[in-house]
Design a protein around this ligand. Structure first.
Ligand SMILES: NC(=O)c1ccc[n+]([C@@H]2O[C@H](COP(=O)([O-])OP(=O)(O)OC[C@H]3O[C@@H](n4cnc5c(N)ncnc54)[C@H](O)[C@@H]3O)[C@@H](O)[C@H]2O)c1
Length: 465
């Protein structure tokens, strides 16, 4: 079969997999291939047990797989035949050398660029799908266009704004798609060509074009603004708890102001996920290297407030459970960094679990999708703190809460909203505590059942104070 275009994506992760599956689903006229160095992952994409959990994704993949969507480990051969290559490899925070702990680790990007250079024998458009520091395209141009074979690579920035848990919905109907390029004739031509892919199903006015540096910086900015809203409302949750104000009322009262808007105003145990922290740290690092110390400090505070919120949550548990958690059974409801995903990268639950284990609590973790990742993440912590098996995992939340002293809700899974809390209460040790780190439950009802209820950002409902 002859396809109009050969599109390749390097990196079959949380971004590459869903975005390219959506393109393949919406554009049967294009051949879409997704490659990865991770063979296991590619094998899993070829089955119905996908390597990531995302509602609705399997249906999208199944419609296109084998028709115009292919998963492969044949990276060099796939590069050779591609017209457009999306690069969607990971860009974690650097853990070594200059900029360690803040700068973006670009080794995977550079390796990818060198593979593209090695395998190519014709001109190609290279699309930055990964989130990258502003001006990375310049470095990519230098690596790729240094070839003496007369091959010309045009670099286009097309950052991804999907949110895990709602990736399919976000990709099908995005607020906007952003495409940046050099403001040259060839640059504008390349960005039009990439834009045309999305215009197959997305209204023209939502496909935004810009200069390439603005595009690169906009992705970091979007994540910084979103995270900043969470840290802002979380900072106020602490004031609410100390004054009798209710953070949910404050959020409603300010969110109805159209200049502020009501999104991202839920106080919680803090944000997680692979992106917010890493992208803000990257922004901090860029600001520092540009000599903009005040700007760096401003954004760094968003991370500090998030760390503070996690610590505050555990301290609150400790203070209200007679200043000792040693030997007490705590059921942690949720480990994923948000609902509807199995992703646990930078999840507040990890830090909360670690602090609870340091207090010698007897921790039981339940989560509908994240137990496999939780086991991997907590492995090093297990060997450090759990000599006498103080950490266990339980799929059934009723069993997790059985005989527990406290429940701590850390992820806002719908599954936790619909449990029979009377049954749970009856099976727990008394007093039975419930710390709602996501404010997803009806606190008055829980109090009436008999729980000692500690919402986040409002006064506790307790019989004892
Ligand atoms: N996860 C999100 O919600 C999200 C949203 C928007 C943007 N982003 C950005 O997208 C990028 C990818 O994120 P992700 O969450 O998909 O990461 P991921 O770790 O899930 O996937 C990256 C994949 O790239 C593969 N890879 C690395 N080097 C490779 C190489 N040389 N050749 C082939 N494959 C290679 C890895 O094996 C991995 O499977 C990051 O820059 C991230 O910041 C992520």
């Amino acid at each position: 079969m002859n396809f109009e275009k050969n599109i390749l994506c390097i990196g079959a992760g949380y971004v590459g997999g869903p975005t390219m599956s959506m393109i393949a689903d919406k554009c049967p006229q294009y051949k879409v291939t997704i490659v990865d160095i991770n063979e296991e992952k590619i094998k899993a994409w070829q089955t119905d047990d996908l390597p990531i959990y995302e509602p609705g994704l399997l249906e999208v993949v199944k419609r296109a797989r084998g028709r115009n969507l292919f998963f492969s480990t044949e990276i060099l051969a796939s590069i050779k035949e591609a017209d457009i290559i999306f690069v969607s490899v990971n860009t974690p925070t650097k853990t070594f050398g200059e900029g360690a702990g803040k700068a973006s680790d670009l080794q995977y990007i550079e390796k990818t660029a060198r593979m593209i250079l090695e395998a190519s024998d014709s001109d190609k458009i290279i699309v930055e799908k990964s989130t990258l520091p502003v001006r990375t395209a310049e470095a990519l141009e230098r690596v790729l266009n240094s070839n003496d074979r007369g091959i010309r690579f045009e670099i286009v920035s097309n950052p991804e704004f999907l949110a895990e848990g709602t990736a399919v919905r976000d990709l099908e109907n995005p607020d906007r798609v952003l495409i940046g390029s050099r403001e040259t004739k060839s640059g504008r031509k390349a960005r039009k060509e990439v834009g045309d892919i999305y215009r197959n199903w997305i209204p023209k006015k939502r496909v935004l074009e810009s200069n390439i540096w603005s595009s690169e910086l906009s992705k970091l900015t979007a994540n910084a603004f979103l995270a900043q809203r969470i840290s802002s409302i979380n900072s106020l949750s602490a004031i609410c708890e100390a004054t009798g104000a209710d953070v949910r009322e404050v959020a409603r009262n300010i969110g109805t102001d159209t200049r502020i808007g009501d999104k991202f105003l839920n106080a919680s145990v803090g944000f997680g996920g692979s992106c917010f922290k890493k992208d803000i740290l990257n922004l901090v690092y860029i600001s520092e290297t540009l000599g903009l110390k005040e700007v760096a400090e401003y954004w760094e505070q968003v991370i500090k407030m998030n760390d503070y919120q996690e610590v505050r949550f555990v301290k609150n548990m400790l203070k209200n459970m007679f200043n000792t958690l040693a030997g007490k059974k705590i059921a942690l409801f949720g480990f994923a960094f948000k609902a509807d995903t199995g992703d646990t990268r930078e999840t507040p639950a990890y830090y909360i679990s670690k602090m609870l284990l340091e207090e010698n609590a007897n921790l039981v973790i339940t989560d509908p999708k994240a137990i496999p990742n939780a086991k991997i993440d907590l492995e090093p912590v297990v060997s450090a703190y759990t000599a006498d098996k103080m950490l266990s995992f339980e799929e059934d939340p009723y069993k997790a809460a059985y005989d527990a002293d406290a429940i701590a809700i850390v992820t806002e899974w719908n599954d936790f909203k619909v449990l029979d809390y009377k049954k749970i209460f009856d099976s727990m040790r008394k007093p039975a505590y419930l710390f709602d780190g996501r404010n997803i439950l009806n606190h008055k009802e829980l109090f009436d059942i008999g729980f000692e209820v500690y919402p986040l950002g409002s006064s506790p409902l307790t019989k004892y104070s």
